[in-house]
Design a protein around this ligand. Structure first.
Ligand SMILES: [Mg+2]
Length: 258
C-alpha cells in the first residue's frame, strides 16, 4: 500500500524539535464535550439520525470521512445557515472538557507543547477556544485543522487540508514528522471519533475518550484493529497518567497493560 503523503493546501506550524514529550489532541468531542460539527449537523442540518448513519458508514469503510463530512456540513448550509450564525451558535453552546484547562496549564508549565489536530474549521475552533480558555491561550495554542471558504453572501464550505485524501485532513501528517526526528519525543494523542482514525496508530500512547450512549467510534475502530489504547473520561483523569510517564514513575506499558 502506498504511504505517500497527501499534498497539503494549508501550512503547518514548525515542528518542536527539542521536546521529550508532545501532546496532540483532537478538538471536537475530545477537548470539547460535544463535537461542534455534530452539533451543527444535529441541530441546524439534517439531524442526528442521518449523521450517526454517516459516522457508521465511515467506520465501516463504505464512504470516506471527507465525503460524508462534507455532506453533513452541506446539510447545514442548505438550510440557509451562514458561517457567522454557525460561529455564534457554537460559541454559545459548545463547552470545554472540565479538566482541559488544568491539563493545558500543567503541560505549559513543564514545557510540553499541546497541539490541536482537528478536522474542524480553524475559525470555529478559535471562536470557541477564546470564549472558554481566554484570548491569550486561544492565540497561543497551535491548531492544525481544516479551514473554510466563506462567500460574500455568507454561504460557506469546508476547505480540506488534504483534498486528495479520503480523510480530508490526514492527521498522521501532523504526527509523522515527530517520529522522523533524530530524538523523537514521546507522543500522546487524544481522540474520540472517526476523524481520528488517520492518527490512531501513530501515537506512542493513544487516549480514547469514553462516550455516553455507546457511540464510541474510535474505541470501536481500535478494538477492531487491535490498537492499544487507554479510555479516559476527561482530561482531569488523563492528567495523572501523563504526569506519571513524564515524571518517569511509569512506562507506557505500565499504564496500558492493566
Ligand atoms: Mg472528535
Amino acid at each position: 500500500m502506498s504511504e505517500q503523503a497527501p499534498e497539503s493546501t494549508l501550512p503547518y506550524p514548525p515542528i518542536h524539535r527539542d521536546k521529550k514529550f508532545v501532546v496532540l489532541s483532537d478538538w471536537d468531542g475530545t477537548i470539547t464535550t460535544y463535537d461542534s460539527n455534530d452539533y451543527m449537523t444535529d441541530h441546524l442540518g439534517y439531524g442526528k439520525e442521518k449523521r450517526r448513519q454517516g459516522n457508521l458508514e465511515i467506520l465501516g469503510g463504505k464512504v470516506t470521512f471527507r465525503d460524508a463530512f462534507r455532506e453533513m456540513l452541506e446539510s447545514v448550509t442548505k438550510n440557509g445557515h451562514t458561517f457567522e450564525e454557525c460561529k455564534q451558535i457554537l460559541h454559545d453552546n459548545i463547552k470545554l472538557d472540565e479538566g482541559f484547562k488544568s491539563f493545558y496549564t500543567w503541560c505549559k508549565s513543564v514545557d510540553i507543547p499541546v497541539i490541536i489536530v482537528s478536522s474542524g474549521m480553524a475559525p470555529l475552533i478559535r471562536a470557541v477556544l477564546s470564549n472558554l480558555l481566554g484570548e491569550e491561550a486561544a492565540n497561543d495554542i497551535e491548531i492544525i485543522s481544516n479551514d473554510v471558504t466563506v462567500q460574500p453572501d455568507g454561504k460557506w464550505e469546508i476547505k480540506f487540508r488534504h483534498p486528495t485524501s479520503g480523510y480530508g485532513h490526514d492527521k498522521s501528517q501532523a504526527i509523522l514528522p515527530y517520529r522522523d526526528l533524530p530524538n523523537p519525543p514521546t507522543l500522546f494523542f487524544f481522540g474520540d471519533g472517526v476523524s481520528d482514525i488517520s492518527a490512531a496508530k501513530y501515537a506512542d500512547l493513544l487516549f480514547v475518550k469514553s462516550k455516553a450512549g455507546g457511540d464510541n467510534d474510535l474505541a470501536a475502530y481500535c478494538k477492531r484493529e487491535g490498537l492499544t489504547h487507554l479510555i479516559f473520561e476527561d482530561f482531569g483523569k488523563a492528567l495523572p497518567v501523563v504526569q506519571s510517564i513524564v515524571e518517569g514513575k511509569k512506562t507506557i506499558r505500565d499504564v496500558t497493560s492493566s
